[in-house]
Design a protein around this ligand. Structure first.
Ligand code: ZN
Ligand code: ZN
Length: 281
């Protein structure tokens, strides 16, 4: 099934494109379900700090919700969902939980872009990696991710090995093996708390040249009986709407997943991945 469950547009400070532009391109590309997952937090006017304000965020999601309601009848073949990407920071948890209670989200994805106060994705990231070796940089990232799972105020973990986005530039290709027991622990926690896993295909066009997470981790997830799996391209402009999607879908099959999870008002349902197209004779 052609589903894209990680999309940003003009309602994220780092996104562009109107809601209609995104729907139009999704429909043209034959997608059946899309979910807007704009960031709850916004960039400060100086552009170097992220801020979270409950009233501002709620208004922004409600505005998008109204646009979705207005546009949905024009796209009978495309289901358009309202989601959110929540950034875990201990000081934001209360506000994020309040936001969840006041907006009718279809899906909430949880993510981590800041570890110990340092950016690990976007902006000034190099100090995090420059001052740590690979073992410490990834190890500490996965520890922080465990804290995020402990909170658990979301449905699906976004880009689980996101630290490799810039990590690969410092340490070379990312290997999951040295962190396997830590990653297995994360996956077990996810299963016990009913949290799903996202295959985020933006990594295909970024430095790692593979989705987040890597195939190794996806296989561990299959092993750990993770049953809730979504796929998203994390596009921030309409022109990159489909980036890496085919690679991600193929990787799901390779890891042994036969189903994908759909969401509606945060209720999930698994449907089969479509059978692979037959080779032309
Ligand atoms: Zn993200
Ligand atoms: Zn995102």
């Amino acid at each position: 099934m052609r589903v894209n469950y990680h999309i940003h547009n003009q309602y994220s400070s780092d996104g562009r494109g109107s809601t209609e532009q995104v729907c139009e391109i999704a429909a043209q590309l034959g997608f059946e379900e899309i979910c807007f997952t704009n960031h709850a937090e916004t960039l400060s006017p100086t552009g170097d700090e992220w801020m979270l304000d409950l009233v501002e965020a709620r208004q922004r999601y409600e505005q998008l919700q109204h646009e979705i309601e207005r546009l949905q009848p024009d796209y009978p073949e495309l289901r358009i969902l309202l989601g959110a990407e929540f950034e875990y920071r201990p000081e934001w948890v209360e506000t994020l939980d309040a936001l969840t209670d006041s907006v009718d989200f279809d899906l909430i994805i949880g993510s981590l872009h800041v570890v110990d106060g340092e950016q690990i994705s976007g902006g000034a990231v190099s100090s995090y990696f420059k001052t740590r070796d690979a073992s410490e940089a990834y190890g500490r990232y996965f520890e922080a991710l465990a804290e995020m799972l402990e909170w658990g105020g979301f449905d699906v973990v976004a880009h689980l090995d996101m630290a490799k986005r810039f990590g690969v530039k410092h340490y070379g290709p990312f290997k999951a093996k040295p962190f396997e027991s830590q990653i297995r622990g994360l996956l077990e926690t996810m299963v016990s708390k009913g949290l799903g896993l996202e295959v985020n295909t933006s990594g295909v066009v970024q430095a790692p040249a593979e989705p987040y997470p890597s195939l190794d981790i996806l296989k561990l997830a299959k092993d750990a009986h993770v049953a809730t799996v979504t796929i998203g391209t994390d596009s921030h402009v309409p022109t990159s709407f489909e980036q890496g999607w085919d690679v991600g879908e193929q990787m799901l099959r390779q890891a042994g997943f036969g189903e994908i999870t759909l969401f509606s008002h945060r209720i999930r349902k698994n449907v089969p991945l479509e059978p692979e197209p037959e080779e032309a004779e």
